[in-house]
Write a protein that binds this ligand. Sequence first.
Ligand SMILES: Nc1ncnc2c1ncn2[C@@H]1O[C@H](COP(=O)(O)OP(=O)(O)OP(=O)(O)O)[C@@H](O)[C@H]1O
Ligand SMILES: [Mg+2]
Length: 304
Amino acid sequence: MLWAGIYVIRMGSSMCKHVQGGLNSALGRHIPTNLRHYSTNRKPLILSFPPIIMGILSLSGIKKHFGGFWVLDGIDMDIEAGKMHQLIGSNGSGKTTLINVVSGLIKPDEGKVVFDGVDITQKGPYETFKTGLVRTWQIPQAFKNLTTMENFLVSSENNSGESYLYAPLKPKWKGDEEKIMDKAIEVMKMVNLLEKRDILSQNLSGGQQKLLELGRALMSDAKMILMDEPIAGVNPTLAHEIFEMIRDICVKQKITFLIVEHRLDISLQYVEHVLMTANGKILVEGDPQEVIKHPNVVESYLGE
Ligand SMILES: Nc1ncnc2c1ncn2[C@@H]1O[C@H](COP(=O)(O)OP(=O)(O)OP(=O)(O)O)[C@@H](O)[C@H]1O
Ligand SMILES: [Mg+2]
């Protein structure tokens, strides 16, 4: 009964949550108590209990197909501000596609993306970036022939010298440039790259390039950062450091993170909320330690 009460009420399900719960109880399966679990083929009608917090990022009914294959088939998501959220799911389950949709790189076929109260569904990548929703990439996308410092400087939006009108007027932009330099140094310290400030980004290690991506996102005054596999291919020590940095930034700067990451042994020690994709939908979400015990996660993700 306790866990049944927290389920989302849905219409039209061939096996509604409560019945499903009864079955699971009858079968003696352990069902974590603070999860939202969704059957794979239904749309929620009423989100009733517990009260749903209007998140900084809300997705409703997001669909995207490639050829005849629906990679995203009705994604609903409400991301609470100021927390670290993680998106998990097996290879090819559509995590990067979802980040591409949210960040404006590709348009969904159906559905709506609302960020910080603004409908951004039809906005392109740059317009989305300007709302304060910034992404990093599964394969880092730094400017290879620029130094670390230069990569940081070009990520800032606040330089009036970039305008054709003001470019010849040095007094107009000198102050901006000094402020951006100061900020770049502050962010480089934050992500441990100050010593690498004059190194071409192509000569940074894989882990340092991930840090560069994070630093560039921070240079942009992001309200929320979407990160696609920030510790893939990074050694465990640096991987922990990266997640510690992210947690620090999340807490101190109140930036919301949605992180796609496969290395659960590391990431789950840091994140506060986990969502799992399967069959183009969010299958289960909730507290990390409970999500990981969910039978569908064990079966679909861990393969046991
Ligand atoms: N632009 C595209 N055109 C055609 N198919 C695509 C395109 N982008 C992604 N796909 C397909 O969509 C599916 C989901 O891909 P996606 O990269 O989103 O998965 P993922 O969950 O990020 O996987 P991984 O964990 O391996 O990074 C895959 O089958 C992929 O081949
Ligand atoms: Mg991916």
